[in-house]
Write a protein that binds this ligand. Structure first.
Ligand code: SAM
Ligand code: SF4
Length: 335
């Protein structure tokens, strides 16, 4: 039997997040600059290589696969990749196949995703105001995303909304967003803005809205019950007693979540990042491409990489300066 992936801190690695493209049809202000230079196509893992890579991780014990980007649904023929992962769900080796998307392409793909075995999807949405939506995503249009959300629910997908908490931007929509999600039976997770990549003229500290503050405001209107649920990541959950919905808080900057970390991240070029908040990575593309008929070198490279998974991240805003700033964008490592 293949030995599972265990890191030096005795954490079992069972969750792989895969960025399948660095490209996107939006240019969210906290994520990208308006003029992004994207990777040449030949740098990207092909869909066949992505299959081989993910299948190797599944063989080594990964049970949950999240497809992300960039915008995963703008990668050409990405549905064939989802369809090829269905075999791991059917064999029982993979427990969950899911994705994080901006929702722009869901009206086209929701049914196909469901047919491929996807049951849940995270959709990013920071505002319900059309003008503000266009401002924050630069290239996105709200009605298109709302259609995508409708299509996802109609297809039978459970939808969770991800909202980046942005000071002075969506503070005033806190209760509107919560209610809107409750009416549609959707959970909602707030994300603290993280120092990932150069984003042009935007100032990180200006954008930073502490989730402890958001939570305090929420508790003025609702009864919050802490849930014990942990996903091995930075999210913490509460239930709103009045609506029954689950609200998540992703606070990498204010809490330490690393002791139970179960995940690693693969970029679209085959780099494996052991931690979102560290620069250290391992190149898996070379062992994959140099050995087209033999997975053993790739397996060994994965094991060697996991043996270097760091204890935790170094993000810190506490001194009113952005420490632990990462040079790569979120779209590179996959959010
Ligand atoms: N394009 C897809 C989307 O927007 O859902 C998937 C990739 S996106 C990088 C994944 C998540 O990361 C989104 O929810 C986005 O809001 C979040 N994100 C991007 N940049 C971020 C940053 N600097 N801090 C916190 N969250 C960020
Ligand atoms: Fe694109 Fe998602 Fe980044 Fe927005 S957050 S620019 S949708 S990758």
């Amino acid at each position: 039997m293949t030995a599972p992936l265990i890191d030096p801190f005795q954490r079992a690695i069972s969750y792989l997040r895969v960025s399948v493209t660095d490209r996107c049809d939006f240019r969210c202000v906290y994520c990208m600059s308006e003029n992004m230079t994207f990777l040449p196509k030949k740098e990207l893992l092909t869909l066949e290589e992505l299959d081989r890579m993910c299948s190797t991780f599944v063989r080594l014990g990964v049970e949950k696969l999240r497809i992300t980007g960039g915008e995963p649904l703008v990668r050409r023929d990405i549905m064939t990749f989802f369809q090829s992962m269905t075999r791991h769900l059917e064999s029982g080796d993979l427990r969950e196949l899911t994705l994080t998307t901006n929702g722009s392409q869901l009206a086209r793909f929701a049914d196909d995703l469901y047919a491929a075995g996807v049951r849940r999807v995270n959709i990013s949405l920071d505002t319900l105001d059309e003008k503000k939506f266009a401002d924050v995503t630069r290239w996105g249009r709200l009605p298109q995303v709302l259609k995508g959300i409708d299509a996802a629910q109609k297809a039978g997908l459970l939808v969770k909304i991800n909202t980046v908490a942005l000071k002075g931007f969506n503070e005033d929509e806190l209760f509107t967003l919560v209610q809107w999600c409750a009416e549609r039976d959707m959970d909602l997770t707030f994300i603290e803005v993280m120092p990932m990549g150069d984003i042009g003229n935007e100032d990180r500290l200006d954008q930073y809205w502490k989730l402890t503050d958001l939570r305090a405001r929420l508790s003025q209107e609702y009864t919050l019950t802490d849930l014990a649920e942990r996903t091995g990541g930075p999210a913490r959950y509460v239930q709103l007693e009045e609506t029954g919905q689950k609200i998540g808080f992703i606070t990498p900057l204010t809490h330490n979540f690393c002791e139970s970390c179960n995940r690693v991240r693969l970029t679209c070029t085959g780099e494996l990042y052991m931690c979102l908040g560290q620069e250290d990575m391992a190149d898996l593309r070379a062992p994959l491409r140099n050995n087209p008929a033999d997975d053993a070198p790739l397996e060994q490279a994965i094991r060697d990489a996991i043996a270097h998974k760091p204890k935790g991240h170094d993000f810190d805003y506490s001194r009113q300066a952005v420490d632990g700033q990462m040079s790569r964008h979120m779209s590179h490592t996959g959010g």
